[in-house]
Design a protein around this ligand. Structure first.
Ligand code: SMG
Ligand code: MG
Length: 369
């Protein structure tokens, strides 16, 4: 049982080591909302992955802040939280806003687990203490620049390279990288930038021995993804289209994908992320844990999820130095064998460093019952 005294929101802003470009735009810095759930003697942390603008999904950072401050924190405060699942129940009346819901659930779950002395990895029935890591490479101006960046990551040990693609910067770049690196596990992620009319492009990509093609078509296009998957040997991996365990069931049933990328923010929480994992595992659909350029707070939770038994592919859980000159937590470090340690301490197992937190905070709000 957890009695919450207050919930604090903090917006943090961190420079990125290099801008991150996808088919929907470029991010040159990282803004995130951290949720701090303040219990009697323990505090817990969650990170909201809503981006500055509603491009990846309908949510955006300032909207998430308002939803958390005005409705979610007051709904969760007041009275005991009997089970971690209560958090999502109390905010169920608010439609959508999954990234904001996931952040508040994560913070309360972290308090809960710290009090119980249980790690998040154990709580989600994790089976490993190190996980294989991949890296997502933003769109670069030329194939040469992309290849150079990729070689740098491979030298560090990353086990899978995901290339972002967009119309006009797709086949030629991917082909050039594939020719230079014939044996590297490679995938592409379109972030929904194509339509069924682009099927010939995907048939050409199908010849390049990719591990998967991630979210080629629009979020809403489940039946279109199924038709495309029917024409390809390469597995389609769905990201944006999977917003719940129910979506996962529907997508698998339709044959819209053969792989799923799990992100707790996108599906509305860690508990729902576990349910997506369970649904996929029962259907023998491999999953991996995605990333939203999280600070160490969100990354710690992602690594815990990556320790679940059905997570059989390397994720976008990269080391701190791939994102930030300086992280908010002690940095996550990649081993030369391309794995990272799953935090083993209670809860998410890490805390923001107090000095870093102060230095990166741009606004804060304390909400009391
Ligand atoms: O955290 O390394 C990371 C980013 C991984 O490519 C990544 N995420 O569609 O999978 C995806 C994108 C979404 C990023 S939007 C900020
Ligand atoms: Mg993606």
């Amino acid at each position: 049982m957890v009695e919450l005294k207050a919930i604090e929101l903090r917006e943090v802003s961190l420079p990125l080591v290099r801008p991150f470009r996808t088919s929907f735009g470029e991010e040159s810095g990282k803004r995130a909302i951290l949720v701090r759930a303040i219990g009697d003697d323990v505090e817990g942390w969650g990170e909201c992955v809503a981006s500055e603008e509603p491009r990846y999904s309908e949510e955006w950072l300032d909207g998430a802040w308002m939803a958390l401050e005005r409705w979610m924190a007051p709904s969760v405060l007041g009275g005991e939280v009997k089970r971690p699942g209560d958090v999502v129940e109390r905010v169920r009346w608010i439609r959508g806003q999954r990234m904001a819901k996931a952040a508040i659930e994560a913070a309360v779950l972290d308090v809960w687990l710290r009090k119980a002395g249980v790690s998040l990895s154990d709580y989600v029935s994790g089976v490993r203490d190190r996980v294989p890591c991949g890296v997502s490479v933003g769109i670069a101006p030329t194939a040469k620049a992309m290849l150079e960046e990729i070689r740098g990551y491979l030298a560090q040990g990353y086990r899978r390279i995901k290339m972002k693609i967009e119309p006009e910067r797709d086949l030629a770049v991917v082909r050039a990288v594939r020719e230079a690196l014939p044996d590297t596990p490679l995938s592409v992620d379109a972030n929904g930038a194509y339509t069924p009319a682009d099927t010939p492009l995907f048939e050409a990509l199908d010849e390049l021995g990719l591990m998967m093609i991630e979210q080629p078509l629009d979020t809403e296009d489940l039946t279109e993804h199924a038709a495309l998957q029917g024409r390809l040997r390469t597995p389609i991996c769905l990201d944006e289209s999977i917003r719940s365990a129910r979506d996962a069931l529907a997508a698998i049933g339709l044959g819209a994908c053969r792989i799923i990328n799990i992100k707790p923010g996108r599906v509305g929480g860690i508990l729902e992320a576990k349910r997506v994992h369970d649904v996929a595992m029962r259907s023998r659909i491999p999953v991996w844990i995605g990333g939203m350029l999280e600070t160490g707070v969100g990354r710690a939770a992602n690594l815990a999820l990556a320790s679940m038994p059905g997570v059989t592919l390397p994720g976008d859980t990269s080391a701190s130095d791939r994102y930030f000159p300086e992280d908010l937590t002690e940095p996550f470090v990649l081993s030369p064998d391309g794995t990272m340690a799953v935090p083993g301490g209670p809860g998410i197992g890490v805390d923001p460093l107090p000095g870093r937190l102060e230095a990166c905070t741009v606004r804060a709000s304390l909400i009391k019952p």
